[in-house]
Design a protein around this ligand. Structure first.
Ligand code: GLC
Length: 560
């Protein structure tokens, strides 16, 4: 039961992990050839981002066939081989399930758009132009919702004179979950993958699947188009749909892991989604802590206050303490590199990467490690617009520059926040293409691979890699890490992140210095901790004294 409480998940972004055939794009055979790296780290689960056939408008999150593999990545036989190799190492494989939308090249959409009376018309969201307006006229979109990738969330289909909804790119039409046959088709597809042997799903923006069917205009006065997300984030039937999915797909199957990606989810809603008694999901990815360094949009950068980070993560720890479960992450394929964003990717890179790992992994919840994080990989030195590949960045640039923004200013925010930072090829060794490919990589290799790479990390006992290995081992061997309760300390300290975990008479004190200056951890019962055992890290200057960006775990037996 709940095996995933003591598990660690490793996320693989297939395009950028390992290329076996020299076309410059990673593939399934490449992943299979590098599995020992993941096994050596000690990860229990591998989460594979989408490898299904796709026009690749949004790097595979635009799926045109749910039951096959894109030829760029290999074949179903390659998938089965990878799955067998993962299982042979005692690990599990979780795949990406993208069912809020499909590609506009999916057969379902082709049929849906073919005519207003197509039997699949209601599998997507079709609406006539706004009352009294002509199709295609400015502002005639059925609602004022914005797409997450810039511009309106509606696209006119001239053949039938109606618009379809796309919260993401215009090549990602939203599925209409109000239609029972559509839901059944999805459940059937999910059962098909489970029968093939996969061990669960990471569900893409799954809290967007229930829209208010009236599709009202969005609130706010952000110009012609506003988010509108209050009408589809955790919409009216989302719990009902996920409970139904559980009954139809997961009930009676053991050993699975389900995690829902949920932008905008609140703690209260997350508790409902992950309360085992309600049988919906095992855990969710929430977004609060990755939005603290931004204003109205992700491109509007602000300095992060450590106090805010502690308040946020602390609230999630408390909110899911009794019921529900947290997933823990600093980064993924959509976020900048953790060490560049939350730590120091210069002088103190190694220490900062280790500290971030220590602090995150010692929280209560299931940690996710994004490929390359275990090496302390950094953001990329993108110089010009041509260096970027991601649709989100390119659309944002085009839209803001057309609206008069300073191109240099926009580029500066892409460099900091752009998703391509996380998508540069995995750095395996110091050779010219980092051991990723023999061809031309689809996105440039970070030049710092000569120093930061897996081969060097494996050879160095003090590396970030070996630090991750020890943390994962600790989760497997010390029950307090997975099961202990959590108490945040020093909420107002601007430099030190500190908390305790306790199970029975075992207590851990976790410390992280989020600054480039030495710091003293002024924790309560300091005397007691000064006599504790150092479980993770070093303590050259004293048990409560931290060097710049240093992290540490102390262990004590408490007299309760
Ligand atoms: C999720 C994915 C992201 C994708 C979006 C649309 O947020 O993680 O990569 O662009 O959904 O599918």
């Amino acid at each position: 039961m709940s095996w995933w409480k003591s598990a660690v998940v490793y996320q693989v972004y297939p395009r950028s992990f390992a290329d076996s055939d020299g076309d410059g794009i990673g593939d399934l055979a490449g992943i299979a050839s590098r599995l020992d790296h993941v096994a050596e780290l000690g990860a229990d689960v591998l989460w594979l981002c989408p490898v299904y056939p796709s026009p690749q408008d949004d790097a595979g999150y635009d799926i045109s066939d749910y039951r096959a593999i894109d030829s760029t990545f290999g074949t179903l036989a390659d998938f089965d081989r990878l799955l067998a190799e993962v299982h042979a190492r005692g690990m599990k494989l979780v795949t990406d399930l993208v069912v809020n939308h499909t590609s506009d090249e999916h057969a379902w959409f082709a049929e849906s758009r073919s005519s207003r009376d197509s039997p699949r018309r209601d599998w997507y969201w079709w609406r006539p132009p706004r009352a009294g307006m002509e199709a295609g006229a400015p502002g005639a979109e059925p609602t004022n919702w914005r797409s997450a990738f810039s511009g309106p969330a509606w696209e006119l289909d001239p053949a039938t004179g109606e618009y379809y909804l796309h919260i993401f790119s215009r090549k990602q039409p939203d599925l209409n979950w109000e239609t029972p046959e559509l839901r059944e088709a999805i459940y059937e597809m999910m059962r098909w993958w489970l029968e093939r042997g996969v061990d669960g799903f990471r569900m893409d923006v799954v809290n967007f699947i229930s829209k208010d069917p009236a599709l009202p205009d969005g609130r706010g006065d952000g110009g012609a188009f506003v988010s509108g997300s209050e009408h589809y984030i955790c919409g009216p039937r989302v719990h009902e749909f996920l409970a139904e999915m559980h009954r139809e797909v997961f009930a009676g199957r053991d050993g699975l892991l389900t995690v829902g990606e949920m932008p905008g989810v609140t703690v209260e809603d997350a508790r409902l989604f992950t309360d085992p008694a309600r049988a919906e999901l095992d855990m969710v990815f929430q977004f609060e802590h990755v939005q603290l360094d931004q204003g109205a949009t992700k491109w509007d950068l602000r300095p992060l206050a450590l106090r805010d980070l502690k308040a946020s993560l602390g609230r999630w720890q408390a909110g899911l303490a009794e019921r529900g479960w947290n997933s823990l992450y600093w980064g993924n394929h959509d976020q900048p590199r953790a060490v560049s964003r939350f730590g120091d990717d210069g002088e103190h890179r190694v220490r900062a990467a280790k500290m971030l790992a220590t602090v995150l992994q010692m929280h209560r919840g299931t940690p996710y490690v994004y490929q390359g994080e275990e090496l302390g990989m950094t953001n990329a030195p993108f110089a010009r617009l041509e260096d970027f590949r991601d649709i989100e960045s390119l659309n944002h640039y085009a839209e803001s520059v057309a609206a008069g923004a300073d191109p240099e200013h926009v580029l500066a925010s892409l460099r900091r926040m752009g998703r391509d930072n996380a998508r540069t090829p995995m750095q395996w060794d110091a050779s010219e293409r980092a051991g990723f490919t023999t061809g031309t990589p689809w996105l440039a290799v970070n030049p710092n691979h000569v120093e930061i790479n897996a081969e060097a990390a494996r050879a160095d006992p003090d590396s970030v890699f070996h630090h991750y290995r020890r943390l994962i081992e600790l989760r497997h061997s010390e029950p307090v890490v997975a099961h202990g309760d959590f108490t945040m300390l020093l909420p107002d300290d601007e430099r030190v992140y500190a908390f305790t975990r306790r199970l029975g008479d075992v207590e851990l004190l976790v410390l992280g210095n989020f600054s480039g200056a030495a710091a003293e951890a002024a924790v309560p019962s300091g005397e007691r901790w000064r006599a504790a055992e150092v479980l993770v890290g070093e303590a050259p200057d004293g048990l409560l004294s931290l060097r710049p960006w240093e992290g540490r775990v102390l262990k004590a037996r408490s007299a309760r």
